[in-house]
Design a protein around this ligand. Structure first.
Ligand code: GLN
Length: 486
């Protein structure tokens, strides 16, 4: 599949119709899904109907926007009216939302062709998509490996060109880490930039929806379409939204004006040497493009992981209390009374990781432990944010690896939740501070698996981030390489 701009050009020059483009994507899905399993549900009829509408607009001489007729995939934790939204959980097996999330509504209004809903770790809890109650998604670069998570289905769909772009959600790294594992661009915007209305809540103070694309420009175009104030989300930011493609230029000019900080604490022990090498080389490229490189210390960065694993489960334990078998979703069929129905529904409906987090969160919030765990974690969260605030008085963008390793084998970490949690070491502090960040391909390991570099920006610094990422992309060719899929 070509880029958004190329497809748009073909559409307006009437070289190809939107139906032809949608059909190409649907055929590719048909061919690849038996191996990849990125999608939980493919909405072919709706996609073709949307494409026909775009074609009718073009035929009538109407002007179409950049996303009109572009095939896109949606992570299955965003509500889509009339289309099942399962969060890859058994407890939402039969849930068909009666309303549309703000992001998908905006995409439909922009004429985007929604292909279907992608696989994820149950309720977005995980780093490999292996916590899905339904299926395992393969990494397009090596089918025995995981695509990362929790937005693994969206990342795999974009990397394999089943879709041109996709939406994911990122609570602790769930867009950036799978983007890194699958060799695509993935961005978590500033907290509040994109509406969470209709995004099934995991940890509400951390969750944020963002774009996946094979290029920075595609991601920027998708961000343009989904960003913006929404009165239906109480944490939505009421700010002017710039055109994020406007800052995409091949060089960082004027030379020396862009200060980029390398986070010292993210290098060294625990980091796969091949990842370290690739990111170090990428930093040299940034320098050659005109960035002034500075080493920055964020001493409290390392408390991100333990802090997150108190705050996120605490919020999850509250958010997931609504799945009780009464209002919607799965209900255990064989309970004698109400209390037993609640218990059995939750025992049978939730998977092991979700239960683990509900228990940890409930414990951390309980009267005797609230101060020692939850309150303490909130204080450390503030300290982590202070480290970033200090760093951003010296530089405009921070850089570090996205994940300490490349994609691991399916099953390799499922028995050891702690080692799984470590894959988000570098991404989690960003969510705790509410900052924007993206992952961009910056190399391959000796097995041909993609490596990602993370760029972190100031609050609402998306434009700067995309500018640096685009300049880097133009100077390198990692994004051109394709996974060896037949
Ligand atoms: N892997 C992290 C977790 O399991 C982050 C998930 C996410 O960003 N949704 O919580």
């Amino acid at each position: 599949m070509a880029s958004i701009c190329e497809l748009h050009r073909q559409l307006i020059n009437k070289e190809r119709s939107a139906v032809e483009i949608a059909t190409e994507a649907l055929d590719r899905i048909d061919r690849l899904e038996p191996k990849l399993k990125s999608f939980l549900c493919v909405t072919a009829d709706r996609a073709l109907e949307q494409a026909r509408q775009v074609d009718a607009q073009i035929a009538a001489g109407e002007e179409i926007g950049p996303l009109a007729g572009i095939p896109i995939a949606i992570k299955d934790n965003m509500c889509t009216e009339g289309i099942p939204t399962t969060c890859a959980s058994k407890i939402l097996q039969n849930f068909v939302p009666p309303y549309e999330s703000t992001v998908t509504q905006k995409l439909q209004a922009a004429g985007a062709v929604i292909l279907g809903k992608t696989n994820l770790d149950e309720f977005a809890m995980g780093s490999s998509t292996e916590n899905s109650a339904y299926q395992l998604t393969a990494n397009p670069w090596d089918l025995e490996r995981v695509p990362g998570g929790s937005s693994g289905g969206s990342a795999a769909a974009v990397a394999s060109e089943e879709a041109v772009v996709a939406l994911g959600s990122d609570t602790g790294g769930s867009i950036r880490q799978p983007a890194s594992f699958c060799g695509v661009v993935g961005m978590k915007p500033t907290y509040g930039l994109v509406s969470r209305y209709g995004l099934v809540a995991y940890a509400s103070s951390l969750d944020q929806i963002g774009p996946f694309g094979r290029t920075v420009k595609d991601a920027a175009i998708l961000l343009n379409a989904i960003a913006g104030y929404d009165p239906k989300d109480a944490t939505s930011l009421n700010v002017e939204i710039p055109d994020y493609t406007a800052s995409l230029k091949p060089h960082l000019r004027p030379r020396g004006k862009m200060k980029v900080g390398v986070i010292k604490e993210t290098f060294g022990s625990g980091l796969d040497p091949v990842v370290e090498q690739a990111v170090t080389k990428a930093i040299d490229v940034l320098q050659s493009l005109g960035a002034e490189i500075q080493v920055i210390s964020c001493p409290r960065f390392r408390y991100g992981l333990p802090t997150y694993y108190i705050i996120a489960p605490s919020e999850a334990s509250a958010n997931l209390a609504r799945y009780d078998g009464v209002k919607y979703g799965f209900r255990s069929p064989d309970a004698e009374n109400l209390i037993e129905m609640y218990a059995k529904t939750r025992a049978e409906g939730f998977g092991a990781e979700v239960k683990r987090r509900i228990m940890v969160g409930t414990y951390a919030l309980s009267a005797g432990y609230y101060d020692a765990y939850y309150l303490k974690a909130q204080k450390v969260r503030t300290l982590i944010k202070e480290d970033f605030d200090r760093a951003f008085t010296q530089v405009e963008v921070l850089v570090c690896p996205t994940s300490p390793t490349t994609a691991f084998k399916a099953g390799e970490k499922t028995a050891d939740p702690l080692s799984m949690y470590l894959s988000d070491l570098m991404t989690i502090p960003v969510n705790l501070a509410g900052l924007p960040a993206l992952s961009i391909p910056c190399g391959f390991d000796e097995q041909g698996l993609p490596i990602g570099m993370q760029l972190i920006g100031k609050v609402l610094g998306e434009g700067r981030l995309l500018e640096v990422a685009h300049a880097y992309e133009q100077a390198t060719s990692w994004h051109i390489k394709k996974p060896p899929l037949k």
